[in-house]
Design a protein around this ligand. Sequence first.
Ligand SMILES: [Fe+2]
Ligand SMILES: [Fe+2]
Length: 488
Amino acid sequence: MGFKKVFFHTVLVFCFGASCSGITGASGQGSGVAVEMLGLTPGASTSELNLNWYSGNQRYYQKTMVRVFKGEELVAEESGSFGKASAGRNFHKATVMNLEPDTRYRYSVSSDGKSWSEEYEYKTPKAGAFRFAAISDPQVNAAGTSKQGKQDSESAWFSIDQTSASGWAAVVDRIVSEGVDFILSAGDHVDKTSGDESEYANFFAPPALRSLPFAPVPGNHDKHCSFMYHFHLPNEYNAPAECEGDGFKTIEKVANYFYLYNNVLFVGLNTTAYPGSTDDAKFYVKVFDEVIEKAKAANSGKYTWLIVNHHKSTATIADHVADYDLQRYVEAGFEKLMDKHGVDLVLAGHDHVYARSYVMKAGGIWNTARKKYEGGLVVDKTKEQISLAENPGTVYITMTTASGIKYYDLFNSSGHLFVKNNEEYPYLVKGLVGSKAYMAGNLPLSVNIGFQHKIPSYMIFEVDGNTIAVSTYEVDKETPVDSFVMRK
Ligand SMILES: [Fe+2]
Ligand SMILES: [Fe+2]
């Protein structure tokens, strides 16, 4: 960090005419906006921070710069990259390094090297215990898109104007009140698969996203180039540099990545592909194996916990439960891989429902002759205190929507089970298998706790050495709807 001079700076938001919507600009359509949709993602470790934002695609916005201040002192000035994004805009990405723990910084960004955004606060975590939030499927939409920005009409809780945007904002507010260090996500940030920047404007609207890093993985609704333009991920594994076409295939190859956050190694995996067979799924599982291997090798001896986030939960309970793509990932060894690498916790979504598994050991055997999974999936039925030291295994969490956009039901109670005739999957209690037995009311073997309350939700993880205390909250309640402690 070479800059040690005192710097007296000018706060200036640079924009033209009606497009001056700033970073919360739901209306800004790009042409003259200097900085909008500004967000943070974790750096490779807590001494680093990644930034990403959009500007209008004009000749003025051909630079990417970040200034970092501690008090009045300019402590870092970094440049970054930029490129052509969606809807006539440029994207900008930068990394700040050499940040000290437990320190309050301010930062400002520039898209032209002359005019600077307003300043935002970022506080690095303390060196030991920390807190993070996890969410999934805000799947924020917008007026003018197919669902007109609305929450599920069956919701048991509505935000102020019944939109997914204000539902998401309400969840972020609650997360901020919990004093977390960052937010982890399991995907589906926006709704329109083909991409729509007005949905991203709603997604980035909560001001807290300028101060809390956000660690995403793509969901199946995020399979468009904007996903890679909007999120600047650390240690991405084999990610293409360019987004091809509409991005649908490119996005399947990005966002396998990792970062060390104090004593936790986080690995984001991309399960947005729909493998056509178990053999197809093996290709993706091999990539996951390689990225986890690389993450572990790069951080050997530095972490206590290993946590994976990805999108399509393999331990879910609602309308996606019998999906063939989930079956293929499982048969190709997704859960066995978590076992092999000693992954403690897998955080996923996709099914807009909440479920928590037992501690699972997926070292069972897929018996192709009997077409049945055999072996010890369920290890520990204790609900409140989970000792992974005595009983190593993986807890799988499925998170519901963080905005209330839509909810899926159990046992096909609304008739919306996606696959009603799967005879081989999911694996259920009492040795039962398949869609029909599920529709008759038998839960998947993995399920410890699961429910559909139709209320937006988020999770809080308090990491302190060998303990992680976990609480799941619904946005309208002060007390958690699920809580447990993991120790090792
Ligand atoms: Fe979703
Ligand atoms: Fe999804």
